[in-house]
Design a protein. Structure first.
Length: 622
């Protein structure tokens, strides 16, 4: 079905119409492979996609160990993350050492000079980095996940790969430039332009980009720019094109290095382009496909971030465990007091789920047999939010010592545990590579895709009456079979061989997927195409689906660890069971919120605040 018929933009404002049509044209319209998480929203848990857990092969695991050993040694011997935080600079000798061990070409094939490691090994490296230094994590992640390597691996021509990937593998840093002062998540408002030369051999880029991570260090930047529009169905549609730009090109200027609350050594820049000449052969994918390239790249690229969050969360658990066992209050180690014990159990169980989700999705990337756009977005959203909570609870547990800087702790003779730095560095994870709010909108759009394709033509006012009637008939036949199954399938297929403790939660997830599917369908019936405006409501459906994915990933991985005798079975079952029980309670709250909420009143209150109705609340401040 054509993209324009899926979402009706006829009644939207011009600005919103352009944004929606541009984004819809860029997203992957077809699902080339099955999606486990996507099917949950349709009332189905296809266990065969994730069970048995696609564990990393022994060969692949060992192929990553050599690099990971070198990376860990480098971090321990040459990297002082607290000093990097204070100085606002990563020592050049550290960057050179990272380049020497191949850290800037982890996934670049060996034929281009890289290490050629898998996505899973890349995520293992991100876990290691995330546990130690957020600034190095950001440097390597931005370079490798959204900079030059990933787009070229997916869409680059052989000439582009031979020209740029060896430079990357040797340590030349890359960056990605999309955001502008007035452009965050709305690419239709992009002002940076690329105008083609008269002979068509090159483009001249003009504009300014904001928050270009690695911008002050990069030799190569992926730059997103508007190119000449094209006519689609009689209307002009804006086009966005991705260019590889060398930072030494005349006219490219680093105008400002941005500084932030955390990640104080982040090489983030405002980049200005003044008649920057870029050859046509530096276009990635093809002209007008830049946003598609970016969205597809991020589907895999954003997995680095949840992996780094896993590493940080693991470090926080270690800090909390040691402190809670050693620090005595009221005659007992604080870990034996109920309120602290609740924090510790939350951390341990959620870390297991975070790691399970991330490793599962990484394994699916390596297998190349699943569409992971929803899973990756869920990992990014859930893990970044969970890591923030874990860091916050770590600070609460450490108290004043959590709030105190590592340098101050060291100066007065205490263990310089940098919880304060962890907190500052962690907050950006819910903003980087798509904020939590945008992730929920993205997941909701993808989750609704099967329904939109089924009913889209029937509700398209531009279609002829005959086409609408025919489409309506097909939709009716589909739902006549689909909807009853959401009520009648009370005994879903069970994962064969799963331990009874885990099987109980696996069956719950499958049954709850039916509830999720029919509640989402009821919302579509109630709100129609206006459902997209009910963002708070949609968020609850997304959160239910994400919790179900966390449960299923955890159960699948727990069974895999049992089968491999990696961990004590009793302890492992206790951990997984606790997480699933807590997650089920959270799902119950989300379900209640679907029908019992104050969303409309809250929205009205917010609009009244925006129009100045409650400015008196702001009185009495300086």
């Amino acid at each position: 079905m054509a993209t324009h018929s899926v979402i009706d933009t006829s009644k939207m404002s011009e600005g919103k119409r352009q944004a929606v049509e541009l984004t819809e044209a860029a997203r992957e319209a077809e699902w080339q492979h099955s999606t486990f998480a996507g099917q949950l929203f349709m009332g189905h848990a296809p266990w065969e996609l994730i069970y048995p857990f696609p564990a990393q092969s022994k060969e692949d695991y060992e192929s990553g160990n050599s690099f990971l050993d070198k990376l860990e040694t480098l971090l321990r011997d040459k990297v002082d993350p607290d000093q990097i935080d204070v100085d606002g600079e990563i020592p050049q000798e550290v960057i050179d050492a990272l380049a020497q061990i191949g850290a800037f070409g982890i996934k670049v094939p060996e034929s281009y000079g890289g290490l050629g490691l898998s996505q899973t090994n890349y995520c293992r490296a991100a876990i290691l980095l995330g546990s130690y230094c957020g600034n190095l994590t950001a440097l390597i992640s931005a370079h490798q996940s959204i900079g030059i390597p990933q787009p070229l691996l997916l869409f680059g021509t052989e000439t582009q790969k031979q020209r740029f990937l060896p430079r990357i593998a040797k340590g030349e840093i890359s960056a990605f430039a999309l955001t502008e002062v007035g452009v965050g998540s709305d690419p239709a408002k992009m002002e940076t332009k690329a105008e083609v030369s008269e002979d068509g051999t090159f483009f001249r880029v003009n504009g300014k980009k904001l928050w270009c991570t690695n911008g002050t260090k990069a030799g190569l930047i992926v730059v997103m720019a508007k190119t000449a529009p094209k006519i689609v169905n009689g209307k002009e549609r804006r086009q966005t094109t991705a260019f590889i730009v060398e930072t030494n090109t005349p006219g490219l200027t680093i105008k400002h290095r941005c500084h932030f609350m955390g990640l104080r050594s982040l090489y983030n820049a405002v980049v200005e382009f003044d008649q920057v000449k870029v050859p046509r052969e530096n276009i990635i994918l093809e002209e007008g496909k830049g946003l598609k390239m970016a969205l597809t790249t991020l589907n895999t690229g954003r997995l680095t971030l949840p992996a780094a969050c896993v590493g940080l969360a693991k470090r926080c658990l270690e800090v909390t465990r040691k402190w809670s066992a050693e620090h005595i209050q009221w005659g007992l180690p604080i870990g034996q007091h109920g309120s602290i014990a609740a924090k510790i159990s939350m951390m341990a169980s959620k870390i297991f789920a975070m790691e399970s989700m991330t490793l599962l999705t990484s394994a699916l990337v390596d297998r190349k047999q699943s569409d992971i756009r929803i899973e990756a977005a869920m990992c990014k959203m859930w893990c970044s939010e969970t890591a923030w909570r874990i860091v916050d609870e770590t600070m609460a547990t450490r108290g004043g010592r959590g709030y105190e800087t590592a340098a101050s702790l060291k100066a007065r003779g205490e263990d310089p545990v940098p919880v304060e730095r962890f907190m500052r560095d962690c907050r950006i994870n819910m903003i980087f590579e798509g904020s939590s709010e945008i992730m929920r909108l993205f997941i909701a759009r993808e989750a609704l895709d099967p329904h939109l394709k089924t009913v889209g033509e029937a509700m398209n006012p531009k279609a002829s009456l005959g086409k609408r009637i025919l489409a309506g008939s097909k939709a009716g036949l589909f739902y006549a079979g689909w909807y009853p199954r959401q009520w009648l399938s009370v005994i879903p297929p069970s994962p064969f061989g799963m331990h009874p403790v885990l099987l109980r939660h696996a069956n719950y997830a499958a049954k709850t997927a039916h509830i999720l599917a029919r509640k989402l369908f009821h919302a579509m019936i109630k709100h129609g195409l206006k459902l997209e405006n009910e963002q708070t409501l949609l968020n609850r459906y997304v959160d239910i689906g994400t919790e179900l994915f966390a449960i299923t990933a955890s159960c699948s991985r727990a069974q895999s660890l049992i089968d491999e005798n990696v961990q004590d079975q009793k302890d492992l079952l206790f951990l997984a069971d606790y997480f699933c029980r807590q997650s089920r309670q959270q799902i119950s709250e989300y379900c209640r919120g679907i029908s019992h909420n104050n969303d409309r009143q809250g929205y009205q209150l917010a609009q009244h605040v925006l129009t100045g109705g409650y400015q008196w609340l702001e009185e009495g401040v300086v």
